[in-house]
Design a protein around this ligand. Structure first.
Ligand SMILES: C=C(O[C@@H]1C=C(C(=O)O)C=C[C@H]1O)C(=O)O
Length: 193
C-alpha cells in the first residue's frame, strides 16, 4: 500500500530556472517542512494499525505539477490483514492536510470559524474492487455545479462554485496562503475559461 502525502506548496512561475530556485527554497522552508511533517505523521498514525511494516521517509521530495510545486512523501506499508482500501481511506479521512491535527480539535475549530459548508470538497474519491484493492484521492481543487433552482432561487443561472484551500500553521502568512489558494484554483479557472 502506498499513500502519497502532499503538504507545503509554492506557485510555479513558468520559468524553469526560477521554478528550480523555488523548489530548492520549498525543500528548505521550515514553515513548509513543519506543515508537511504534521501531514505525514497523521497519515502514518492512521495507517499503523493496518500494517505489519511501514516505511516513512525522513524527508520529502518536491513534486512538480503544472501550476504548483508540492512537498511530497510516499508512505508505504505491508498490510497485515486484508483490510479493504475503503476501510483504509475511511481511517485516513480527514488527514491533517485538509483538516488539521489533532483531528477532533481541528474539526471542531473548522466548524466554528471556517464559515462555509465544504460539500464534497476534501472528501475521498476513488474506486475499490470486490477484493478490496483500490485507489483513492482527496477531492481538492474541484467544482460544484448547481442548476437553476438548486439553491432555492428558480431565477438563478447555473452556478459553479470552486474549492481550494491550504494548510495553516503558526508560521503561515495570510497573504501568502491566499496567494497559494489562488494558484490552486487556477486549473479549474483555466478549464472553465
Ligand atoms: C487543501 C488543499 O491542498 C492540500 C494542502 C496543501 C498545502 O497546504 O500545501 C497541499 C496539498 C493538499 O494536501 C487544496 O488544494 O484545497
Amino acid at each position: 500500500m502506498t499513500s502519497r502525502v502532499l503538504a507545503g506548496t509554492v506557485r510555479r512561475t513558468g520559468d524553469d530556472d526560477a521554478d528550480l530556485a523555488r523548489a530548492a527554497h520549498l525543500a528548505h522552508s521550515s514553515k513548509d517542512l513543519e506543515e508537511h511533517e504534521y501531514a505525514v505523521r497523521s497519515v502514518a498514525r492512521a495507517l499503523e494499525p493496518y500494517c505489519s511494516s511501514m516505511n516513512v521517509p525522513e524527508s520529502p521530495f518536491v513534486l512538480d505539477l503544472p501550476n504548483v510545486l508540492h512537498l511530497a512523501t510516499d508512505v508505504t506499508g505491508v498490510l497485515h490483514e486484508q483490510a479493504s482500501s475503503l476501510a483504509i481511506a475511511a481511517a485516513l479521512h480527514p488527514t491533517a492536510a485538509v483538516c488539521g491535527t489533532p483531528t477532533d480539535a481541528a474539526a471542531a475549530l473548522i466548524a466554528e470559524i471556517e464559515g462555509m459548508e465544504r460539500g464534497r470538497y476534501a472528501g475521498p474519491v476513488g474506486w475499490f474492487g470486490a477484493d478490496g484493492d483500490g485507489e483513492w484521492g482527496i477531492a481538492l481543487r474541484s467544482a460544484e455545479l448547481a442548476g437553476p433552482g438548486d439553491d432555492g432561487d428558480p431565477g438563478a443561472a447555473h452556478r459553479v462554485r470552486l474549492f481550494a484551500g491550504c494548510g495553516i500553521v503558526a508560521a503561515s502568512d495570510p497573504e501568502a496562503e491566499l496567494h497559494e489558494s489562488d494558484a490552486k484554483l487556477e486549473p479549474m479557472r483555466y478549464a472553465l475559461a
